[in-house]
Ligand binder design. Structure first.
Ligand SMILES: [Cu+2]
Length: 180
């Protein structure tokens, strides 16, 4: 019964291999402990019981690591592209990318106001290497005056995409992005 639950938890984890192995198993154990014995902590030996299951998952992770390393190596070779923001424009304001190529987009704010490199549709149609460079909605790179950010992305679809600074589009701060 307990083992089956752990297996289920691990199976569901296999679909999300980015999560660390132990946390999944520990969550499963915590849930179990809470359900079976909410007051006494000692009925289930900590970690020892789940070690075999955790171990098999650790082996699975090792098998997966080379692929992600290869991905990281690809990002390290990403082509650099710099866009400067000032009042009120992107320089350059026309950008061309190729589908399947990794880019390091360097957005540098040399202006005195905050600007946003907003290319929501492009980012949606791209693999993102470092989501932390984007806002929570993954629509834009926000740069404060004097700040610069690097975004790693790889376009997955060809097409034309809008570039806009939502704060200054009224002032002409827009651009065009083409992915071939
Ligand atoms: Cu702006």
């Amino acid at each position: 019964m307990r083992l089956q639950r752990l297996r289920d938890a691990l199976d569901s984890r296999r679909a999300h291999i980015y999560k660390p192995a132990v946390s999944g198993a520990q969550v499963a154990q915590l849930v179990e402990q809470r359900t079976e014995n909410p007051c006494v902590g000692g009925s289930i030996p900590p970690l020892g019981t789940i070690l075999p299951a955790g171990l098999s998952f650790a082996i699975l992770l090792v098998a997966v690591i080379p692929a992600s390393d290869a991905g990281a190596a690809e990002w390290s070779k990403a082509q650099p592209v710099t866009v400067v923001t000032t009042e009120s424009k992107f320089t350059p304001d026309k950008l061309a990318f190729r589908r399947g190529v990794a880019y390091r987009l360097h957005v540098e704010n040399r202006g005195t106001e905050m600007h946003e490199f907003n290319a929501a549709e492009l980012f949606k149609a791209s693999e993102i290497g470092n989501a932390e460079a984007l806002n929570a909605d993954r629509t834009e790179v926000v740069v404060h005056p004097g700040e610069a950010k690097d975004l790693l992305f790889r376009p997955k679809q060809a097409g034309h995409f809008h570039l806009v600074c939502p704060d200054h589009d009224w002032d002409g701060m827009t651009g065009e992005i083409t992915v071939e």
